[in-house]
Design a protein around this ligand. Structure first.
Ligand code: ATP
Ligand code: MG
Length: 154
């Protein structure tokens, strides 16, 4: 299914806003103009992006919680990244968080609910589309997850 990036981002953001309307979060969304379309299962990829937004929310704050969603791209690819100013992820945990049922043991995971499945499912979905999902993080400062997708055939 050929999907325009603003539509994909809009679907995830709308679902996120619906869930979080009452809580404090400063969400900024920046989608470049003229991005190529992607050929994806819209609901599945929007769901993967939603999990990144939910994670950014759950594993941050509650004070001064800031989340930035960026959509960037070129001729052959599109990057969707979600950046937070949350607890971050230690280097040795960064691989394991993509395993099913794995949750890092810290105050915020103890205070929040989750099955530890979101990232495993997201990775599966993105790889099924020929893409990749990666993480950069600085413990105590924040994280950035990036979904890298091939552009759809024009
Ligand atoms: P689910 O998504 O199934 O409801 P979950 O959020 O615990 O549960 P994942 O989305 O797979 O599961 O994330 C796995 C673990 O990775 C989380 O429990 C958390 O410890 C860590 N994690 C994920 N995203 C972040 C983030 N943005 N900042 C810090 N830690 C994170
Ligand atoms: Mg999650």
């Amino acid at each position: 299914e050929v999907v325009q990036v603003p539509e994909l981002v809009g679907a995830a953001v709308e679902a996120f806003r619906t869930q979080r309307m009452e809580d404090g979060v400063d969400l900024s969304v920046d989608v470049s103009e003229g991005l190529p379309a992607v050929d994806v299962d819209r609901a599945a990829v929007a769901g993967a992006l939603l999990n990144l937004l939910q994670n950014a929310y759950k594993y941050s704050g509650p004070e001064n919680r800031r989340i930035t969603l960026l959509a960037r791209g070129g001729g052959k690819w599109v990057d969707l990244s979600v950046e937070d100013n949350g607890v971050g992820i230690a280097a040795k945990e960064r691989k394991r968080i993509f395993e099913r049922f794995y949750r890092v043991d810290n105050l915020l995971t103890r205070k929040t609910e989750g099955s530890g499945l979101g990232l495993a499912i997201a990775r599966r979905i993105i790889e099924t589309h020929g893409g990749r999902i990666s993480v950069q993080s600085e413990p105590g400062r924040g994280s950035r997850f990036t979904i890298h997708l091939p552009a759809g055939k024009a």
